[in-house]
Write a protein that binds this ligand. Structure first.
Ligand SMILES: [Ca+2]
Length: 217
């Protein structure tokens, strides 16, 4: 069976775990340095990392989770410098497409050797990649590494890693009449969290993946 034949039909609904690893050579927005944090947006969802003070090479190594119902929506990333007495300063932005990653998640990859590369995404004018990005199979899950070159700023890159958690059909939200998909998605996350299902899924996923933790060098 080749890779193309492993693609399963049907819509993908699940949780996208974004591990925001670090920033490299970010812009200076205070006197000598910056206090950077990252905002991730998809549709109307918005998540934020913690602020790392006085560091233009910050290591966040922080996991943020988005609910994904429409994998055609891009993920937007913005970096800001936290300021106490004025508005936070912009430190650039980027966006990326999760379609190649989600297509790989749809495949039945059980039995493939560890570390095998499923897809490669090359840097081009239409994306924000600083270097070739690999979607690969490791420790029983699909992972994608991304190095994003920030736009609208003099310098800076952000490194991310993508993981996926499928949501069983029975826990997916049904859209009540008159409500938007985003309303349902937010409610689904709250329901999954409150019922203990999401924490259990995250624990199970973490135990199964044994993903190598990013280490500060
Ligand atoms: Ca600042």
């Amino acid at each position: 069976m080749n890779l193309a034949e492993r693609v399963a039909p049907g819509q993908m609904v699940g949780l996208l775990k974004l591990r925001v690893l670090r920033g490299v050579n970010l812009a200076v927005r205070d006197l000598w340095s910056s206090d950077p944090y990252v905002i991730l947006k998809m549709g109307k969802q918005k998540l934020k990392t913690r602020v790392i003070k006085c560091n233009t090479n910050p290591v966040w190594n922080e996991e943020l989770t988005l609910y994904v119902e429409d994998p055609t929506l891009p993920v937007r990333l913005e970096v800001y410098d936290k300021d106490t007495f004025s508005l936070d300063d912009r430190m650039g932005n980027a966006e990326f497409d999760i379609h190649p990653f989600v297509e790989a998640v749809k495949m039945n990859l059980e039995g493939l050797p560890n570390g095998i590369i499923i897809r490669k995404v090359v840097p081009c004018r239409r994306n924000c990649l600083a270097e070739e990005s690999h979607v690969y199979w490791t420790d029983g899950e699909v992972v994608q590494d991304l190095v994003l070159r920030l736009r609208n700023v003099e310098c800076g890159e952000v490194e991310l890693q993508l993981h996926w958690i499928s949501i069983p059909e029975c826990f997916r939200p049904a859209a009540p009449q008159g409500q938007t998909a985003d309303f349902c998605n937010a409610n689904c996350l709250v329901r999954l969290t409150n019922s203990g299902i999401l924490p259990r899924m995250l624990r199970k996923n973490a135990a199964a993946s044994r993903t190598t933790q990013f280490q500060e060098t």
